[in-house]
Design a protein around this ligand. Structure first.
Ligand SMILES: *[C@@H]1O[C@H](CO)[C@@H](O)[C@H](O)[C@H]1NC(C)=O
Ligand SMILES: *[C@@H]1O[C@H](CO)[C@@H](O)[C@H](O)[C@H]1NC(C)=O
Ligand SMILES: *[C@@H]1O[C@H](CO)[C@@H](O)[C@H](O)[C@H]1NC(C)=O
Ligand SMILES: *[C@@H]1O[C@H](CO)[C@@H](O)[C@H](O)[C@H]1NC(C)=O
Ligand SMILES: *[C@@H]1O[C@H](CO)[C@@H](O)[C@H](O)[C@H]1NC(C)=O
Ligand SMILES: *[C@@H]1O[C@H](CO)[C@@H](O)[C@H](O)[C@H]1NC(C)=O
Ligand SMILES: *[C@@H]1O[C@H](CO)[C@@H](O)[C@H](O)[C@H]1NC(C)=O
Ligand SMILES: *[C@@H]1O[C@H](CO)[C@@H](O)[C@H](O)[C@H]1NC(C)=O
Ligand SMILES: *[C@@H]1O[C@H](CO)[C@@H](O)[C@H](O)[C@H]1NC(C)=O
Ligand SMILES: *[C@@H]1O[C@H](CO)[C@@H](O)[C@H](O)[C@H]1NC(C)=O
Ligand SMILES: *[C@@H]1O[C@H](CO)[C@@H](O)[C@H](O)[C@H]1NC(C)=O
Ligand SMILES: *[C@@H]1O[C@H](CO)[C@@H](O)[C@H](O)[C@H]1NC(C)=O
Length: 576
């Protein structure tokens, strides 16, 4: 597959470019045009390999480089751990310090699973025709963007070892596996020519799930944008992304709608839109002011998501299709009216940014709209109707909670001052109670300062989601988990595998969901993040979220204690 060169020379960035055109590997594709660039026009074309070389360079590979059958799971690794330091639910080897609460249960069809995402786990980045994504560039070419300078080149080698990965979670008793598709595997340049090898790969991932009686749940976009789309029109900052995402969604839904019921279009737009502005010099430059870029991205996300939703429903109207949003519960830090206003700003600029348009009225929440309507076009009535109602469940990645307060200057001094450090959100957050002494809960790893265990607020949060966005299909916690503090410093396997903070997190979080269920909140599923340790984006591999440990030298996998804690709650409380 090939690509015309004209955008490449313009956007190769700080690196000096010598043309590495290889006539014998170049294949003609329908030519792409780049709006607004008259600086350089050529008929040169590059092969996919040349495109990789120009923007990413050499990548690492692993010795297991063909799809392998599962290695047997040692029966000793399926014995639950001995008692940990807190009371547990009564079963197995764990001491029954607490009787089962007969007021609690998970409905029979509640799905509990584990999640991962393509760039964080797959590896095999150049295999079988995959095109580069922005994350290949960010990890290879932007020094310290990943603070350890690590890449996803090999990651967990899931691209070749997925059969083992699925067999292992099935052996634990997990019901669902949520993974994301690599867009640039399926469409190496983001649009145009389809890579059949990639489709066949995901065919088998899905079929392997079904073979093991695991429910496959598929996300179309988990941050790994095809590089070509970033270089051509600025990725999510360009309105062209809406049509390209829609075309990608058509391929995906037409291929797998008959086998996959649970779909997520776009993962955590609050986060990846917040990555904008991307580092200057590595991609197409833009004239959109930096503070506006996240909201331009978000605007295109809403339109792209809505299109994908309607595509899915036109293929099969029974599918469950949603996007995944994220954020923690927002606790008013003091009883002041300024802090009450700050909390509302926080909801509007976080969850409400994507949830109000899709669940309430097709438009932004009021406090966000005050800001974005100064530079974004208003959604037309037609667009509002197209966006409203495009999520079947409220799929929320809810890891933690935060105290919210007004800025020191007060809110008005911030909203009227675009130089204010908290502009345009104009609310402040902290992990400390108002006494400025106690943290909200046990801290995760220092590499994730945003994350403390704060499960006490989960029932209130679930009520808030249900009351505010009234999702017809209920709420799913589509990611939750914690980075066990300093886990990276533990070097021997036995120390690594007992992860008490993470275990207590799952225990208490699921207990909180049971409380909310008993109070009438409709929670339909949970997905633990993560199936195993993986590339934690800019934090590298040292920050660990897995319920399994992966030895990255050998690619061997091991269950941690938290894996058993997670499953045990369902063994006790799932209705038979
Ligand atoms: C983008 O702008 C930066 C800073 O002005 C410049 O160094 C870089 O070469 C530009 N990149 C492209 C692709 O135009
Ligand atoms: C050009 O492509 C041919 C055929 O794929 C290959 O044998 C050759 O090594 C390539 N040359 C360079 C300079 O990459
Ligand atoms: C696959 O790995 C083997 C070693 O296990 C190596 O000899 C071979 O060159 C690799 N193949 C590719 C295509 O990387
Ligand atoms: C990452 O690479 C940059 C540039 O080469 C270097 O300055 C930095 O020390 C590296 N970081 C680590 C953790 O190796
Ligand atoms: C449509 O989706 C539902 C739910 O996933 C499934 O049961 C049904 O078989 C699908 N229909 C077709 C024609 O694939
Ligand atoms: C807020 O007010 C309520 C009742 O007036 C009181 O119970 C609570 O402690 C107050 N909270 C804070 C953080 O001051
Ligand atoms: C956008 O809508 C708001 C009201 O919701 C209105 O005040 C504003 O004038 C509109 N902007 C444009 C450009 O139409
Ligand atoms: C948006 O859709 C919801 C149901 O999905 C409906 O209750 C609501 O009336 C719609 N709002 C508008 C403004 O159309
Ligand atoms: C935000 O809160 C922190 C305390 O967590 C405080 O140090 C900082 O000054 C506050 N910033 C603003 C702009 O209010
Ligand atoms: C706006 O905020 C900046 C940065 O905090 C500050 O230096 C400036 O004085 C503020 N301007 C006004 C008018 O308050
Ligand atoms: C990972 O595997 C390597 C190679 O076999 C071994 O030296 C190392 O001890 C293993 N690490 C752990 C934590 O077991
Ligand atoms: C059992 O659950 C109910 C409903 O959530 C709760 O009110 C009660 O306190 C629980 N009992 C115990 C012993 O935890």
């Amino acid at each position: 597959m090939a690509v015309t060169l004209l955008t490449l020379l313009l956007f190769a960035g700080a690196r000096s470019v010598s043309c590495q055109y290889n006539a014998s590997t170049a294949i003609a594709t329908p030519s792409k045009t780049t709006s607004g660039s008259s600086a350089f026009v050529t008929n040169f074309e590059l092969s996919l390999d040349d495109y990789w070389d120009l923007f990413v360079g050499p990548v690492s590979t692993f010795s297991i480089n063909t799809t392998v059958e599962p290695t047997p799971i040692p029966s000793s690794s399926l014995i639950p751990p001995p008692p940990l330091y807190y009371p547990s639910f009564p079963i197995g080897q764990q001491v029954p310090l607490q009787a089962k609460n007969e007021s609690w249960s998970f409905p029979k069809d509640f799905w509990y699973g584990v999640a991962g995402a393509a760039y964080q786990i797959e590896g095999a980045v150049k295999a079988e025709g995959r095109g580069p994504s922005i994350w290949d560039v960010l990890s290879h070419r932007v020094p310290s963007y990943v603070i350890t300078n690590e890449t996803g080149d090999v990651a967990d080698n899931n691209y070749y070892q997925y059969k083992e990965d699925i067999a292992r979670i099935a052996a634990l008793g997990i019901k669902a596996y949520s993974f994301s598709l690599s867009w640039s595997r399926i469409l190496p340049f983001g649009s145009g020519q389809v890579n059949e090898e990639a489709l066949r790969h995901y065919d088998d991932v899905i079929d392997t799930c079904l073979q093991y009686n695991i429910i496959p749940q598929v996300t179309l976009y988990h941050w790994d944008l095809p590089l070509y789309l970033q270089n051509s029109y600025g990725g999510w900052l360009g309105s062209e992304i809406v049509d390209d995402f829609t075309a990608y969604a058509e391929i995906v839904f037409n291929r797998w709608a008959s086998k996959v019921h649970h779909w997520f279009t776009i993962n955590e737009p609050i986060v990846f839109c917040g990555f904008y502005p991307l580092p200057v010099g590595f991609f197409k430059n833009t004239t959109i002011p930096p503070k506006q870029q996240p909201y331009v991205c978000g605007h295109n996300v809403l339109l792209a998501h809505a299109n994908a939703y309607h595509v899915a429903k036109s293929v099969n109207s029974s599918l469950s299709v949603s996007f995944k949003t994220n954020g923690g519960y927002k606790i008013q830090r003091t009883n002041s009216s300024a802090d009450a206003q700050a909390v509302q700003r926080a909801w509007d600029f976080q969850e409400g940014w994507f949830a109000n348009p899709t669940f309430i009225n097709g438009d932004y929440p009021p406090l966000l709209k005050d800001y974005v309507s100064t530079f974004l076009p208003n959604f037309t009535e037609e667009q509002k109707a197209h966006i409203n109602g495009t999520a079947d469940i409220f799929a929320h990645d809810a890891y933690t909670s935060d105290f919210i307060m007004a800025p020191d200057s007060g809110i008005d001094a911030c909203t009227s001052n675009s130089s204010h450090s908290l502009y345009p959100q104009c609310y402040n957050t902290t992990k400390l109670y108002a006494n400025n002494y106690w943290a909200i809960g046990p801290a995760g790893d220092p590499g994730t300062p945003w994350l403390n265990k704060a499960t006490d607020w989960v029932p209130a949060f679930l009520h808030y989601m249900q009351d505010t966005w009234k999702p017809k299909g209920g709420i799913a916690i589509t990611e939750f988990g914690i980075s066990e503090p300093y886990e990276e410093l533990r070097k021997d396997l036995a120390s690594i595998l007992i992860d008490p903070i993470r275990s207590s997190y799952y225990h208490d979080y699921l207990q909180a969901i049971l409380i909310a269920l008993s109070e009438g909140v409709n929670v339909v599923g949970t997905l633990a993040w993560s199936i195993y340790d993986n590339l934690e984006w800019t934090s590298g591999y040292g920050v660990k979220f897995g319920i399994q440990y992966v030895n990255l030298t050998t690619q061997e996998r091991y269950f941690k204690a938290s894996a058993f804690e997670y499953v045990n709650v369902f063994n006790v409380y799932l209705e038979k």
